[in-house]
Write a protein that binds this ligand. Structure first.
Ligand SMILES: [Zn+2]
Length: 285
């Protein structure tokens, strides 16, 4: 939540259960809890009400059910009952200003987490903010030179990686450019990842126009050169998809279909990047 204040995403005293909040929650969770224990944002969102500063706002006719509920397991159940949470006005005002907000963040981290976790949480907070700024820059500046010269050295790897992903996933609205699927969980996990068309290690180019949102399968297939994209944005399929024991399923049916493109033309895949992919990565035969 502090991150959302930092990014200027909280415009009024109503904390909603958005996918952005869910994603940020997951990022911190993954840093500090063993891998096999999946986080559930519903638990803190619901149970913080007993802390006194966090007031759940019931939807119409849900007040009785909400007051009677002693626990809440699923996000859909919580969303059916509440619009969001309102903070005490005094706390809300504290969170709107950077200095007291940063102070509160440190106090919370130092009070509730072991020293070895404190470092990770502070670092993740910095990465979240940096990646947010980076994605904003990527979405605003389209000139390749500008990106390369001013941004490459300014941001650490994790922030660049996360910022590139954020920018690409936003412009593709969570849709896989190749197969077209879009699937999100209620807490913001998405089926797509952000793929570089020309890899970063070669092109140092994080512009959304050198990226595509791809689902896990399409990402792997694209990086392996089994699918590519033509000059006219149609999908090209390698004949290797069909060899031997392969069972490529729907992948072969994508051949000749147009890719899903961002609404804004400036973010469409750069013809030069696609050309590079066809020449250096695509296994035509
Ligand atoms: Zn896909």
């Amino acid at each position: 939540m502090l991150d959302l204040f930092e990014q200027g995403m909280v415009k009024s005293n109503l904390i909603e259960l958005t996918s952005e909040l869910g994603e940020l929650f997951s990022q911190y969770w993954l840093k500090i809890v063993p891998f096999d224990r999946r986080g559930n944002i519903v638990l803190p969102f619901f149970h913080l009400r007993s802390e006194g500063f966090w007031h759940l706002l019931p939807r119409t006719n849900q007040e009785g059910a909400l007051n009677a509920a002693s626990q809440m397991r699923s996000l859909s159940q919580l969303r059916e009952m509440v619009i969001g949470a309102r903070l005490d006005d005094a706390l809300y005002n504290i969170l709107r200003a950077r200095e007291p907000r940063d102070l509160l963040r440190s106090v919370l981290i130092q009070t509730y987490f072991a020293p070895e976790l404190q470092v990770l949480l502070v670092e993740q907070g910095a990465i979240n903010y940096e990646s947010f700024l980076y994605s904003k820059k990527l979405l605003e500046q389209h000139e390749q030179q500008v990106i390369r010269e001013t941004l490459e050295d300014t941001y650490r790897y994790a922030a660049r990686d996360q910022g590139f992903r954020r920018a690409v996933v936003i412009v593709y609205a969570h849709r896989c450019a190749l197969c077209g699927i879009r699937v999100r969980t209620l807490d913001g996990h998405t089926v797509v990842t952000a793929a570089h068309i020309i890899p970063w290690s070669i092109g140092h180019d994080d512009r959304p126009a050198n990226g595509m949102a791809l689902c896990r399968t399409c990402h792997w297939v694209f990086d392996e050169g089994l699918l590519s994209v033509s000059l006219t944005y149609e999908i090209l399929a390698s004949s290797q998809l069909r060899v031997a024991d392969n069972l490529p399923g729907y992948l072969t049916s994508l051949e000749g279909r147009g890719i899903a493109r961002p609404v804004e033309r400036v973010y469409w895949p750069e013809p030069e990047s696609l050309k590079w992919h066809r020449k250096h990565i695509f296994r035509r035969n």
